[in-house]
Design a protein around this ligand. Structure first.
Ligand code: NAP
Ligand code: ZN
Length: 352
């Protein structure tokens, strides 16, 4: 495949700018995809600014990718040209999955090939993400987008959707369960929709009640401000499950105190600093603090089918690529309802 257009950061201090990158010709088990839309995940910003360390530049972010199959390798049987498909946070793995099978593949970070800010198995070829016109991916790492989900609003399901679906399913959010979602952002708003569709009683814990009406529209039964001390007295010992999507510093001990006996708080936001947790907050209630990373390919397909059945997509603001740097700043200010999605056709007319 010839060189294609993409947006890349050259260093942690640089804005993203137009570049040309090369994608490989499809191998026998590859699927080539014309990218139509790509969501902007807060992880794109952490990584483009090297907030977690070890960033690889130049970096083309983007792991909420949807598009149309443009070519398939000779051995590809599951996809054909014209199919609606998605790619999430990883594009290869497998080497050490062993007895775990594909269910735990994404937890074998030693062999996982991230969609961007990573290297292929050869440890030399950098991976480039979805802020680009096209991508070529092994068929086993390509998802099928259900026909009733619009491509643009489905894009954020590839990361935000699975990142919330996986812990909600694992810890059995459902009827009779009280679930809190901390942070009504890209991840959080999809989490509210999914937890509501699973039948749980859903509370949003936000910095303020400014987005209360929107939270209720998304499916929240209750909506409280973490800036209000009354929230922590009124809701103490209430929740079976709390999913924290926030990466900024929060009062972890106060939040853990909102769990019931045997309740679980699952961290999915990725702070750039270590988190201070007082052991007593856990001991006083046999509470659990857990983490969860995206989800497997089979679980991501399961999530897409769940969203198809329940008519769930993200609430999005579609932008041209030229607005991506401004969009990063707005995500940092939590000034987006609730996910930016880049329209990749906007790259077609751009020239370096
Ligand atoms: P986002 O859209 O920016 O949402 C984060 C939310 O956190 C904001 O909407 C805001 O909600 C809240 N928040 C922001 N600043 C805050 C502050 N100073 N104090 C308290 N709350 C604050 O980000 P996202 O795309 O949902 O991603 C969230 C985090 O998850 C990021 O760290 C990302 O890297 C991580 N992530 C993890 C996984 C995983 O597999 N574990 C996957 C994807 C992303 P309110 O306005 O409602 O307070
Ligand atoms: Zn993400």
């Amino acid at each position: 495949m010839p060189h294609i257009k993409a947006y890349a950061a050259q260093s942690a201090r640089d804005r993203l700018e137009l570049v040309r990158i090369e994608r490989r010709e499809p191998r026998p088990d590859d699927v080539s995809i014309d990218i139509k839309f790509c969501g902007i995940c807060h992880s794109d910003i952490h990584q483009a600014r090297d907030g977690w360390g070890g960033a690889i530049f130049p970096m083309v972010p983007g792991h909420e990718i949807v598009g149309i199959v443009s070519a398939v390798g000779a051995e590809v049987s599951t996809f054909k040209v014209g199919d609606r498909v998605g790619v999430g946070c990883f594009v290869d793995g497998g080497a050490s999955i062993g007895a775990c099978g594909r269910e735990h593949e994404h937890y074998h970070l030693d062999t996982l090939v991230m969609t961007y800010n990573g290297y292929e198995h050869d440890k030399r070829t950098p991976t480039y993400g979805g802020y680009s016109q096209a991508i070529t991916v092994k068929q086993d790492y390509v998802l099928r987008i259900p026909d009733n989900l619009p491509l643009d609003a489905a894009a954020p399901l590839l990361c935000a959707g699975i990142t919330l679906y996986s812990p909600l399913a694992h810890w059995q959010a459902g009827p009779g369960k009280k679930v809190a979602i901390i942070g009504l952002g890209g991840l959080g708003h999809v989490g509210v929709k999914i937890a509501h569709a699973m039948g749980a009683h859903v509370t949003v814990l936000s910095q303020s009640v400014a987005k209360k009406a929107e939270g209720q529209r998304l499916g929240a039964d209750d909506y409280r401000a973490t800036s209000d001390p009354e929230t922590f007295t009124a809701l103490a010992g209430t929740f079976d499950l709390i999913v924290n999507t926030v990466s900024a510093p929060v009062d972890w001990n106060a939040l853990v105190g909102l769990l019931k006996i045997d309740g679980t708080m699952v961290q999915v936001g990725v702070p750039e600093e270590p988190v201070p947790v007082n052991a007593f907050a856990l001991i006083a209630g046999r509470r659990r603090l857990a983490g969860s990373l995206i989800g497997s390919i089979p679980e991501t397909q399961e999530m897409l089918e769940f969203c198809s059945r329940h008519g769930i997509t993200a609430d999005i603001e579609v932008i041209p690529m030229a607005d991506v740097n401004a969009a990063f700043e707005r995500v940092i200010r939590s000034d987006v309802r609730f996910r930016f999605v880049i329209d990749l056709s906007s790259l077609d007319s751009m020239s370096a």
